[in-house]
Design a binder for this molecule. Structure first.
Ligand SMILES: Nc1ncnc2c1ncn2[C@@H]1O[C@H](COP(=O)(O)OP(=O)(O)OP(=O)(O)O)[C@@H](O)[C@H]1O
Ligand SMILES: [Mg+2]
Length: 321
């Protein structure tokens, strides 16, 4: 089998993590905890970490590190945040030749103030992204791809356009809907007719289908797509296709340093294996291993697993669907 070609499309960000044991003081007032910064002072930081994010660029790095042909397409600017994102992707071997760059776009930028104990305050600049009307977004990469992995497009019309093109060209779609897509559940359910794999966390699943347990939600998701996956943080995840239902626990009970990118590592870990013909169970195991690794590092990309890393068993169960 030749190496699968996977195209990712969606927003990207430049994140700067600021860590200080002294500068940020925690203060509670009327039930809200504040991160206090005295006005007019200069405060020392202990650590600054630059990391790029955006759900699909994190996924693109998993695909590249797993040796697949990983292509990212989007519209970015000439600002330093856009530069940083492209540099990161290029370094990882992600194919970025379809990315348009021009003054009319700016990448999203976040400063993340990290408090001890894992709490954080995020200052976010949204940037300016392409939408359905943007003439610059180059979607031609879809036509030669095996899979299209989508999340955080910020525009349900754009999602519909991309999914239709993929369907017409015979590329399969894996979708991890985010805020803008989940805001239109009726339209989303229609779009799901052309989606092969749906991956959502429990709260997201409950915006699309009825249900309480992961299994119930995954089974209901199966009414719309051939493969449905529902995750629930450290409680694990359930995946179902027409034959099997797989229930995965935690790959390892690890100390969480930074949750960012856990869900992306899970979804992209799954598709890395699934696109290469691995079973639902094998794909869920690698998804779990990849996400468990990512939450142990600051930033969403650092902990992404490389090809050939040794995997071990985990609590995972397969039964007939
Ligand atoms: N604390 C943890 N320890 C080990 N594994 C974890 C932990 N948190 C998440 N995972 C793994 O990551 C998977 C996906 O996590 P989760 O359900 O939180 O996704 P998500 O809500 O989409 O996350 P995100 O906020 O990154 O989008 C879980 O099914 C689990 O395998
Ligand atoms: Mg998620």
């Amino acid at each position: 089998m030749s190496v699968p070609v996977i195209v990712t499309i969606g927003k990207s960000t430049q994140d700067v993590f600021l860590k200080s044991t002294k500068a940020f003081e925690q203060h509670e007032h009327k039930g809200v905890v504040y991160e206090q910064l005295p006005v007019g002072k200069k405060l020392d930081l202990d650590e600054v970490t630059f990391a790029t994010g955006g759900n699909v660029t994190n996924a693109a790095v998993t695909f590249a590190r797993q040796g697949l042909h990983s292509t990212y397409t989007w519209c970015l600017g000439v600002d330093p945040a856009s530069e940083g994102i492209l540099r990161d992707l290029d370094k990882e071997g992600v194919d970025t030749q379809h990315v348009y760059r021009g003054d009319e776009y700016r990448a999203s930028y976040s400063v993340i103030l990290m408090l001890q104990g894992g709490e954080r305050t995020i200052l976010n600049y949204k940037g300016s992204m392409p939408n359905i009307d943007s003439p610059h977004l180059d979607l031609s990469a879809i036509d030669n791809s095996d899979w299209v992995y989508l999340s955080s497009l910020g525009d349900i019309d754009l999602l519909e356009k991309i999914v239709s093109r993929a369907a017409k060209q015979g590329a399969k779609v894996m979708l991890n809907p985010a805020g803008a897509e989940l805001a239109h559940p009726d339209r989303l359910r229609t779009i799901l007719e052309d989606v092969e794999v749906l991956i959502v966390n429990k709260e997201e699943a409950q915006q699309i289908v009825e249900g309480n347990s992961l299994e119930e939600l995954a089974r209901h998701g199966r009414h719309y797509v051939p493969v449905a996956i529902v995750s629930d943080g450290p409680n694990g995840a359930v995946a179902i296709d027409k034959d099997k239902i797989v229930t995965a626990g935690m790959y390892e009970d690890v100390p969480v340093i930074d949750r960012t990118g856990g869900g992306d590592a899970f979804g992209s870990g799954f598709l890395s294996y699934y696109s290469q013909g691995k079973s639902l169970k094998e794909s869920m195991l690698f998804a779990s291993a990849n996400s468990t690794s990512v939450v142990q590092y600051v930033g969403a990309k650092e902990g992404i697993l490389h090809k050939g890393v040794d995997l071990h068993d985990m609590p995972i169960e397969e039964k007939d669907a």
